[in-house]
Design a protein around this ligand. Structure first.
Ligand code: VLZ
Length: 135
């Protein structure tokens, strides 16, 4: 049984998101707004199939994937690149590798109690986001 990431999760902290946006070459104006957003993560999990939405007042980001199946991801509204994405399980941790122009790009996501943790990395920068499960 894989870990259960499903639910609606509300952001409680977002450490070094600006650094990661900068590493992705996201422009100053977008970063100024982006860094203050309270993101909401909506995850629907059906076995190995995931539908995810990251929502905010400024921009939404949607990505759907199946564990173990590489796909082409368009990071629309984020840094607008095309990457080859693969998500796998490392125990209860979800590990995502995004191959493309940027080195060491991807994210790790795991659940601790009623919190969802997400590390987003790009080049030598790491952002740590924490979300709390909405009841
Ligand atoms: O997360 O890929 O949870 O499956 C941020 C949008 C989206 C709002 C971040 C800010 C995407 C826009 C992170 C300002 C530029 C991501 C996955 C794991 C989704």
């Amino acid at each position: 049984m894989p870990a259960d990431h499903s639910g609606t999760w509300e952001m409680v902290s977002n450490d070094k998101f600006d650094d990661v946006m900068k590493a992705m070459d996201i422009d100053f104006a977008t970063r100024k707004i982006g860094v203050h957003l309270k993101q909401t993560k909506v995850i629907v999990q059906n076995g190995d199939r995931f539908e995810t939405k990251t929502l905010s007042t400024f921009r939404n980001y949607e990505v759907n994937f199946t564990i173990g199946e590489e796909f082409e991801e368009h990071t629309k509204g984020l840094d607008n690149r095309v990457v080859k994405t693969l998500v796998t399980w490392d125990g209860d941790k979800m590990v995502c590798v995004q191959k493309g122009e940027k080195q060491n790009r991807g994210w790790n996501q795991w659940v601790e109690g009623d919190q969802l943790h997400l590390e987003i990395f790009c080049e030598n920068k790491v952002c740590h986001q924490v979300f709390k499960k909405k009841i």
